[in-house]
Design a protein around this ligand. Sequence first.
Ligand code: ADP
Length: 532
Amino acid sequence: MLGGMQDWPLRIMRLLDHAEREHGSREIVSHYAAGERVRSNWAGIARDARKLANALERLGIRKGDRVATLAMNNGRHLVTWYGTIGMGGVLHTINPRLFDDQLVYIANHAEDRVLFYDAAFAPLVDRLKAQFKTIEHYVCFDPAEGQGFEDLIAAESEDYVWVEGNEREPAMLCYTSGTTGNPKGVLYEHRSTVLHAMTEISPAIFNLSASSVCLPIVPMFHAAAWGLPFAAPIAGVKLVFSADYTPQLMCDLMREEGVTHSAGVPTVWLAMISHLETSGEDLANLQGVTIGGSAAPRAMIEYFVERGVMVSHAWGMTEMSPIGTSGAPPWNWEGMSKIERVDYMCRQGRVPFGVELRIVDDEGKVLPRDGKASGRLQARGPWVIERYFQDESGPATGAEGWFDTGDVAILHPDGVMQITDRSKDVIKSGGEWISSIELENAAVGCPGVAEAAAVGVYHPKWDERPLLLVVKREGVDVTPEAILEHLSGCVARWWLPDEILFVDSLPHTATGKLLKTALRDQYKDYRLASAA
Ligand code: ADP
């Protein structure tokens, strides 16, 4: 047949070219660790990315080589993303909160050739340098002694033609935090990243436009800051970056920069809400928050809703670029009561076009989307993993491309997905499942409870029974009886924890989630009084 459309490969650099051309003066603001606030814009980022691409070529970096970063959110980090990808490199964001042996494993496994880092992580770099086998060049983002980022690009030409290629070529590498075994690398491609970014600006996910000002309170090393640095250039969003997430600084940035959208994990918002409650400050122009990475407690969702801020509760994972679902308002939003809206937002939302979900039982039989059956959640789509980086053991997917997420979920008839647990975290009591997430979030709704973790501990009759570990809110006294009383109004009687223990703090993963493996280990020999 004659006629047709153009071949326009979905390459990441087209995102930046578009932003430079159409939204060049839209700002990128960076608050650096030293307190300095640097202003650039999409045109400036594109210009510096071309200079960096030239510099990387000068260092001998070639197409496909890995360039690593160990840094918080800032404009120079963003330039490094685009400059690396633009010269054909594969950008590898390393999570500095990992343990030393994991950092060494990851950098060596990725065969990183250059490492860009924040001055704050210089001690870490000095400590591990001898063990990084493949890194030849170290560049500090902050003005520091030796060669810094600005020195590296200063004399470079502003002209550079981005390396072209197939849209299925790799562009970025992120390792999952690997709560068991070694971390695994997830390799994002140009096409997967562009499709994901195009979907992210839509009302189904972040709802971004040229008037949006976005402060990601999720680090660029955590699943690519949930893809925001790739979505923002499409809509011409103003980005506000910060090296640290102290609530006071977040409030100042929101007010001074006119932030309309923000995103972060529940622990970030917990700290923020407790700050707002004591300081009496408000959320300024904030219109919408995306909460994801762990289940958002109901009390947190209510806090925002009461202040007129739309909450979209998102679910995803590194293996999914990371967006799987998000709680965009459904068609009947206007007719919903406040309680119905909060109920809706407590669940993890619906898929955008591009993600398919199903739940299966332990034998792999597909379960109905009836709002009752719960099973292993599987996903597939153009931004879902096919195979881990350099993994000889084969694809990460099963038959027909379904990837097992390791989560347990319910699918409702209207398409809403509800995570009930991670399959490793469910508490198996008398052949039935108790959702640790639901117990934890119900507990956090009890006045005086700052944070809670539910773990299953051995019980001779029931196999496992829930033990609830609670961190008290500072200066507030709360008793186990009061917590049980509160929980009785939220969950089934047989779900109530057999015991409640108060602890000073709870362990977290490198991405701010409760570290359940550590808790399970710590309490594996715990004897419940009910088991006597
Ligand atoms: P990790 O490296 O720790 O796996 P990810 O960010 O990829 O880091 O974690 C993905 C997991 O986080 C999901 O599989 C799920 O268990 C959990 N998760 C993410 N978002 C939510 C949410 N909104 N509610 C409940 N759990 C969530």
